[in-house]
Design a protein around this ligand. Structure first.
Ligand code: WTA
Length: 633
């Protein structure tokens, strides 16, 4: 089993070793897994091309490490507990033995449909055990999963299916989210009708039993195929550097990109970080509330916990259903030991005061985590006092889709915690802060651009189908560095505090949204000439979306036009990208070279109209007064 740090001394020792001898350090971790063939060399370190490889020549299958190797020691232990959207419905529990059988059946079904090693399979699924089963089934046969969050629109889904040329889509009939039932299959049908010619089959799991449109040429029911398959399936032998999955995420420019993770390094790193960050002990019940459509769901609901032989919970619903006490009710019901959620959920539940966690028994909690966006001080203290009872430390974990696993975090009961600080790098992680010229800021009490200067096993390897994009996005800004896109501070003791994105990415309720994507969507409206989108502080969501829109002609009915714009964004991307505020403008502030000056738009959106700075270099300085006058509260 992966080694676990249990004291501050051991943390320092592990960290020192990971920097002095990174290859030795990670080889020691890797040797705790089952390999079909041991690696020939540990690392290829090229941050320039970039070409980073870990455990080169090693052969393995990640599912043998998630499942088969546990059968002897913990075959009857619960692997997954599933909690329904409806509080009164019974939970579902799958043991490791049962999960392996289900995964094998699904893997056999995929093979029978012609899916094999290297094929891409798109997922558009609710949070039900079948999503985990099917992801692992792909990994079992060497197919590459590309999970798309089921809140994205048909357009957004189609774009991702086409980019990865997926051969199959796996979905459910419907998706229950709180009081709503969302017609998942019909979104998939619509996406496929948009020219997704690569898709041969759609595998549909009957979740609610609602009516769906059926095309017998491509649609197949899960219960008619998977359930009839044999429960044995040889795992495909994968190279450590073979692709495990693609996950699309937003950047500052263009369309979302497919971040690529590979088998070996991702396995070693997610297991190591899971064991250490949550200090998971045998018998604990671990619950991460993320959706599997995001990296947190991949690494810390499925792979990390199962690799570590943990009991991981999956929750179908939303925090406010049937009321704002649901999270606490579930923690109490299952005696949850580690609870991992996002600041936006904490803030929303904090605001719903009367369902405060006091009414629930949360004494089982040993560690509580936060991820996805900066946690503000008020929310941190509320979480610490009301949920953790100052007994269960908060692990404020900083990481990204691209990093694959947690990078900077306190270690509970080992390193100290400080409100809003993600604090210290994990062993193997070498963060640096740079000034805008790329000069490293040495020492403590500094603030700069957060970069990582040495490879770690679960880092992205490329962006699917476009390696140059990976290079320019992450490795070209500063020589020999991975650039995170975040700004950070280092305090007097060397703890890191993440300030937020320094690029044109906004973080809405912990979801990354590229301003360019939202602008492209808004511009699809025939009445729009151009638009500019910025983030602004939002009490619950962390950041809200503020759009400035220039229309072709005078806007007579602003409310009606706003609604149409929201509809376009919902159609192009999905409801999560809908602007919170839309200001109609006659002009956008432009530089003499024709670029929109976003700094000014950001300040106005933030309500800091007295801090616009120098506006004299604008091509059209007269627009500033108009922008200020029309600013929305
Ligand atoms: C932000 C989510 C502050 C950050 C795992 C990063 C955070 C982006 C934290 C990645 C944190 C994530 N404190 N900010 N603890 N965790 N972020 O790819 O801006 O969805 O770059 O991965 O979220 O978002 P992603």
């Amino acid at each position: 089993m992966t080694l676990q740090i249990r004291s501050l001394e051991q943390y320092h020792e592990a960290y020192r070793k990971s920097v002095e001898d990174p290859e030795g350090f990670w080889a020691e971790q890797a040797s705790t897994f089952v390999w079909r063939k041991k690696w020939d060399s540990v690392l290829k370190n090229d941050f320039v091309t970039p070409d980073v490889q870990w455990f080169i020549g090693g052969k393995l299958n990640i599912t043998e490490n998630c499942l088969d190797r546990h059968i002897e020691t913990r075959g009857d232990q619960i692997a997954i507990i599933w909690e329904s959207n409806e509080a009164h419905e019974p939970s579902v529990k799958l043991t490791y033995r049962e999960l392996l059988a289900e995964v094998n059946k699904c893997a056999n079904a995929l093979k029978a449909q012609g899916i094999g090693k290297g094929d891409r399979v798109c997922f558009y699924m609710p949070m039900i055990p079948q999503v985990a089963i099917a992801m692992l089934a792909c990994a079992r046969i060497g197919a590459i999963h590309s999970v798309v969050f089921a809140g994205f629109s048909a357009n957004a889904l189609a774009e991702r299916i086409k980019d990865a040329q997926c051969k199959m889509v796996i979905c459910s009939d419907y998706n229950r989210r709180g009081p709503k039932t969302i017609p998942v299959k019909s979104v998939v049908d619509e996406a496929i009708s948009m020219g997704c010619d690569s898709v041969e089959k759609v595998l549909v799991y009957k979740s609610t039993g609602g009516k769906v449109k059926w095309d017998p040429n491509i649609d197949i029911w899960w219960h008619e195929t998977v359930d009839n398959m044999g429960a044995e399936c040889q795992a495909e032998v994968m190279d450590a550097e073979d692709m495990l999955f693609i996950l699309y995420t937003s950047g500052s420019t263009g369309k979302p990109k497919g971040v690529v993770h590979t088998c070996g390094g991702y396995m070693v790193y997610t297991c190591y970080t899971f064991r250490n960050v949550f200090q998971y002990q045998d018998g604990d019940i671990y619950w991460c509330t993320a959706d599997v459509g995001w990296i947190t769901g991949h690494s810390y609901i499925i792979y990390g916990p199962l690799l570590a032989g943990a009991t991981t919970m999956m929750f179908e619903g939303v925090p406010g259903h049937p009321d704002a006490g649901r999270f606490w009710h579930v923690c109490e019901k299952h005696r949850v030991n580690q609870f991992y959620t996002a600041p936006t959920a904490i803030r929303a539940l904090m605001a719903a005061g009367w369902h405060a966690p006091e009414g629930y028994d949360l004494s089982s909690l040993k560690v509580i985590g936060s991820v996805g966006e900066p946690i503000n001080e008020e929310a941190w203290h509320w979480y610490d006092e009301k949920v953790g009872h100052k007994r269960a430390p908060i692990v404020d974990t900083w990481w990204q889709t691209e990093t694959g696993g947690i990078m900077i975090t306190p270690l509970p009961h080992i390193t100290d915690t400080k409100p809003c600080f993600a604090s210290y790098p994990l062993p193997g992680v070498q963060p640096v802060l740079l000034d805008p010229n790329g000069v490293e800021l040495e020492g403590n009490s500094v603030e700069g651009l957060l970069c990582i200067k040495y490879p770690w096993p679960s880092m992205l390897r490329t962006t699917y189908g476009d390696h140059e994009r990976c290079r320019t996005n992450y490795f070209a800004a500063f020589h020999n560095m991975y650039f995170t896109g975040d700004g950070a501070k280092r305090d007097e003791d060397g703890r890191y505090r993440i300030i937020g994105r320094v690029d044109d990415v906004i973080n809405v309720s912990g979801h990354r949204i590229g301003t360019a994507e939202v602008e492209d969507a808004i511009n699809q409206h025939s009445g729009v000439v151009e638009s500019a989108v910025v983030g602004y502080p939002h009490d619950i969501k962390g950041q809200g979306i503020y759009a400035y829109v220039k229309a072709h002609s005078e806007v007579v009915d602003e409310d009606h036009f706003r609604k149409e714009i929201l509809d376009v964004v919902t159609k192009e991307i999905g409801p999560i990208a809908k602007p919170d505020k839309i200001q109609f403008v006659l002009q956008l502030p432009k530089t003499r070279s024709g670029k929109i000056m976003r700094r000014i738009l950001r300040k106005i959106a933030e309500g800091q109209t007295d801090q616009l700075g120098d506006t004299s270099t604008l091509l059209n300085p007269e627009c500033v007064e108009e922008l200020k006058a029309g600013a929305l509260e």
